[in-house]
Design a protein around this ligand. Structure first.
Ligand code: ADP
Ligand code: MG
Ligand code: ZN
Length: 641
């Protein structure tokens, strides 16, 4: 409760400050506006004057006087205003000339029989100024107010008078109250964010030693996986204010508004440091500038402003910028450079355990019957994200109320799974059990071939949780050390690993699926490169058959050989591919029992880490060497099937 009051106080003082700022800006804007109108009027009046009046020399005036062409002269302290008679060469313009202190002027005027008088009374002069400047000014002013005021309101802001300072959509919390405990699963993401929390918590410890922390991290993952939640949790864990703005808020009706917002946001953030600035849907402004079909100046300006603010502010200031996107591939390279969003935190769809944890977190406030088995629900929802699961719990609670129960039972949960999954589009990839099985064998195929071959990188992780970038599962291999040269054996083994997925499908199901298209593409390219670029085939020895021109543009290799040679290249490439494919199949046939074991385990757990996988492989081989004879006979039997 106390906490709450504090929060409100804080918000109020925040608002007050914003208002002060806004008022100050309003005045500034009004002054500029008045200035512009004045200049316009000045020009306008000058033009009008030059249309109706003309300046002449004194001798010209005397000549006019002598030839009796002047009707009337008004004498003031610095000029003579002359009205020529009708039909003179000046038409009906009023003429004027500087008064040069001619003592004989009056005599001359008398002699020419011209009417003359002193200056007009003062008040008429004031009236003239008033008419020429003040009245139009007032009219402009009120017109402006009405026009811009309306427009401003329509945009949901405070009118143009406050533009740039339009902070209506800036969402600021002095204390989010959300911690890592509220984010279930996502252990890897939390781990990489923990350092940022630590930095925000005690910046001095880092700055004392001279360390610069990352200014920005990019949370990447499909919608609903908890990116916003994680960003808030970072602020909550570090007990620092949380500023957030959505990328689309930046791109507004008025040009220059987005850039002004960015400036504004960073100014406020720096005042409140240490703090978190969170930019949701950053792809709305950060889209790559090179391949845009229609260039959007406004977005570009906003992006540039963001980049320069990120570079500009003091690295010791303890402002950390978190961005979130589900389309990292469209982001401008400039955003990802060191010193900007150089860290990438993957927030992927949760695996089985993650899903169960999320269900647990969200069922905390909900009364559940003892019979409820959240694990079963988690198993039934592969591919579902945090937002779906939170929704399921709520949907189940609603159903329980509808059915007049006091507690949620398993049936409610099962029913809500149906509702939510059916409501979701197919593209969200909730796999059928059969597909899941295929994917599991496919991925284990890759991993197992990698483990059984000598010249390959160790397997780091295998998963069948559908992933952001479109694959249904993946096997991740991480090299033990950085490599700059790849040997022929390594290339061949890599190609064999790429075929491991399809080979496993063939070995286990004796049927093949479309799931290997990417593997095939990559493997073919690698095999081709061996022949045409790296000189690794016997047939062509060290002949360069393709060269990569334009290395920095598209980098596509250009063929430089005859058509016959080209056909031969295809043949040689195909031989490499066939050899590797066969090798992958042979390896998996030999280890079919292991392939099955691991695949079943993966189906059950959805994600296997490298160590667990390797220990299964090692254990199998230990068993194998003890029961060598037995093992051989079973693998024979398998082949006969
Ligand atoms: P994103 O920003 O990635 O689209 P959100 O952070 O807005 O997703 O998540 C929407 C909601 O889904 C959250 O408010 C939360 O209730 C729930 N949610 C998502 N992921 C998790 C998670 N890992 N743990 C707990 N709740 C989650
Ligand atoms: Mg979000
Ligand atoms: Zn594959």
């Amino acid at each position: 409760m106390n906490n709450n009051i504090n929060k409100n106080n804080n918000k109020n003082s925040n608002n007050k400050k914003n208002n002060d700022d806004q008022n100050k800006n309003k005045w500034k804007f009004n002054l500029i506006y008045v200035g512009i109108v004045l200049v316009i009027l000045l020009i306008f009046n000058n033009v009008r004057e030059s249309m109706y009046t003309e300046k002449i020399r004194y001798d010209e005036f005397l000549a006019l006087l002598n030839s009796n062409k002047i009707e009337e002269v008004k004498i003031s302290s610095d000029r003579l205003v002359i009205t020529p008679k009708e039909g003179s060469e000046y038409g009906n313009k009023t003429l004027y000339t500087a008064y040069i202190g001619d003592e004989k002027l009056v005599d001359r005027l008398d002699a020419a029989d011209v009417k003359y008088s002193g200056p007009d009374a003062n008040n008429s002069f004031i009236l003239e100024i008033l008419l020429a400047y003040a009245v139009p000014l007032l009219i402009f002013f009120f017109l402006g107010r009405i026009m811009f005021g309306r427009m401003g309101k329509k945009m949901g802001g405070g009118g143009v008078m406050s533009f740039g300072k339009n902070t209506a959509k800036l969402y600021a919390e002095s204390e989010t109250g959300i911690t890592f405990k509220d984010v279930a699963g996502q252990e890897e993401a939390k781990e990489s964010l923990r350092e940022i929390v630590d930095f925000l918590h005690d910046p001095k410890r880092y700055t004392d030693i001279g360390a610069k922390l990352p200014k920005g991290a990019l949370l990447v993952g499909p919608p609903g996986t908890g990116k916003t939640l994680l960003a808030k949790a970072v602020a909550g864990e570090a007990h620092v204010p949380f500023f957030s703005l959505s990328g689309s808020d930046f791109v507004e009706m008025f040009v220059g508004m987005g850039a002004a917002r960015v400036r504004d946001l960073f100014k406020q953030a720096e005042e409140k440091s240490p703090c978190i600035v969170f930019i949701d849907e950053i792809d709305a402004i950060g889209k790559s500038r090179d391949n845009a079909i229609s260039s959007n100046d406004e977005r570009e300006q906003t992006l540039n402003q963001l980049l320069s603010e990120m570079d500009g502010f003091d690295a010791t200031k303890a402002v950390v910028i978190l961005g979130a996107t589900n389309r990292p591939e469209v982001l401008d390279k400039a955003l990802l450079r060191p010193g900007r969003f150089d860290r990438r935190v993957i927030v992927d769809r949760p695996d089985l355990k993650g899903r169960e944890d999320i269900l647990k977190v969200h069922s905390k406030g909900v009364k559940m019957d003892n019979s409820v088995d959240l694990g079963a629900i988690a198993r039934a929802t592969p591919g579902a994200v945090g937002a779906d699961l939170a929704n399921m719990i709520n949907e189940a609670a609603l159903r329980a109320v509808r059915e007049g129960r006091k507690m949620v039972v398993q049936e409610d949960l099962e029913e809500s799974v149906e509702v939510i999954l059916a409501g979701k589009e197919k593209k969200d990839r909730i796999m059928s059990p059969k597909e899941k099985r295929t994917v599991a064998f496919h991925e284990v195929g890759h991993a197992l071939v990698a483990a059984l071959l000598k010249n390959t990188d160790p397997v780091h992780k295998i998963t069948i949780v559908p992933r952001t970038m479109g694959s249904l599962g993946y096997t991740m291999q991480l090299p033990e050390e950085d490599k700059y040269l790849v040997s022929k054996e390594e290339m061949l083994d890599q190609i064999t690993v790429m075929f491991g997925g399809r080979a496993a499908e063939e070995v286990e199901f004796n049927s093949i699926s479309t799931g290997a298209s990417n593997d095939i593409e990559r493997a073919t390219q690698a095999a081709r490169n061996m022949v045409t670029i790296y000189g690794m085939s016997e047939e062509f020895d060290m002949m360069a058959l393709e060269s990569v021109s334009n290395r920095y543009l598209d980098g596509r290799p250009v063929r430089n050989c005859s058509d016959e040679t080209s056909a031969k290249i295809d043949e040689v490439t195909l031989n490499i591919i066939k050899g590797c494919h066969k090798k992958a199949i042979d390896l998996l046939e030999e280890n079919r029992v292991l392939l099955n074991e691991i695949s079943e385990r993966l189906l059950e757990k959805e994600t296997l880490l490298g160590e667990e996988f390797m220990s299964m492989v090692r254990e199998y081989h230990k068993r194998g060497s003890l029961e060598l004879a037995f093992d051989e006979s079973t693998s024979e039997a398998n082949k006969e099937e």
